[in-house]
Design a protein around this ligand. Sequence first.
Ligand code: ADP
Length: 415
Amino acid sequence: MKVLVLNSGSSSIKYQLFRSEDWVALASGSVSRIGEPEGEIKAEWLDASGIRQSGRARVTIPTHQDGIDRIVKALHETRVLGDVSELAVIGHRVVHGGEHFKHPTIVDDAVAEAIQGVVPLAPLHNPAHLAGIEVARRLFPTVPSVAVFDTAFHQTMPRTAYRYAIPEWLYREHRIRRYGFHGTSHYYVAKRAAAMLDRPLETCNLITLHLGNGSSATAIRDGKSVDTSMGLTPLEGLVMGTRCGDIDPAIHFYLAKNLGLEIDAIEDLLNRQSGLLGICGVNDMREIDRLAEEGNDAAELAIGITAHRIKKYIGAYSAELGRVDAVVFTGGIGENAAEIRCRACEGLENLGIKMDDTANYALEGRGERCISTPESTVQVLVIPTNEELEIAQQALAATSEAPCDGLSETFRVGG
Ligand code: ADP
């Protein structure tokens, strides 16, 4: 059987098709610029000989329905999907599940309504996910659609970690609290880390660092998330591509009172003009690395602030966990930016972290690897994330009674 994973954004849909027998990715791609005069479809697929092929085309894609139609047509034309009956399930990424969704969930009308109910907490993301889910349910009424939530893994946090020190009624009446995001990625790399450590996930204490355009840190005790750096929204925590992460909340009042900025302008400033972009004018870490090597001071500062913030979270979460078995780097920056990893872990020998610089900076062996010395009591691991695979496996497991291979007791799927 095959599993289709859809990640529907407001103007784009990313997809990946897996064969569930061996979890090989048969095809992946995206449709983008939905609703604009000219859209684009990009596709990669394995041909009959198992050789990776790719193609792209410019087409008009007026709606999400047209986008998903295009994706299915591309899957048929490239022969990776024969008939729709080959599809066991469609897994949908959903950013926000609020407090309601603790597990991947088969979408029916009531579930769709509940996801709609969380829209105020994720106004940019959830409506787009719902659009994709509704189209998939309409086009493929016989194939279950399963929502896999970015927030679900963090629902095990204790209230001391998820509550903010603001008036209680804001939580009681408006559910303002820390939710955390990137849960699918943190859970995936935690499972892989447990496999590398050769112990059950339920016995592992980990600090997982997902560092991409959006970045977050998670403290994992006995395989469960007990704290995470993103909060009510994905704006809190680490320095990101264009998001500020942690700042003094009084900066908002200052900007409003002294610079006369409206609330929408402040939101845009902190979400889209801050982070790496705000510090040095560039949000691509590869470019920032290059600029820093050329002596650009703002680029050097961007790397410095980013690493400093990561180090603070490693320290805080070490204190929270008491014992740490491994620190895990993942995401585009975590997997590739050796300088960030080096600076974030520098001087943490007192926490049991001792980096192996040769392994950290090695250009070979880009896959899962250990970059700490044998004496390091905390292993430092680099683990490429694979959120789509995790969504596919969780979606399939949600359609059967028993959890599928690799899903731990601590994060059991279903209902
Ligand atoms: P997203 O959050 O959009 O999924 P990614 O996980 O792909 O983002 O991460 C994107 C970030 O990773 C960018 O800042 C990019 O510059 C950085 N990155 C990717 N490859 C490298 C590399 N080889 N060296 C340094 N940074 C890299």
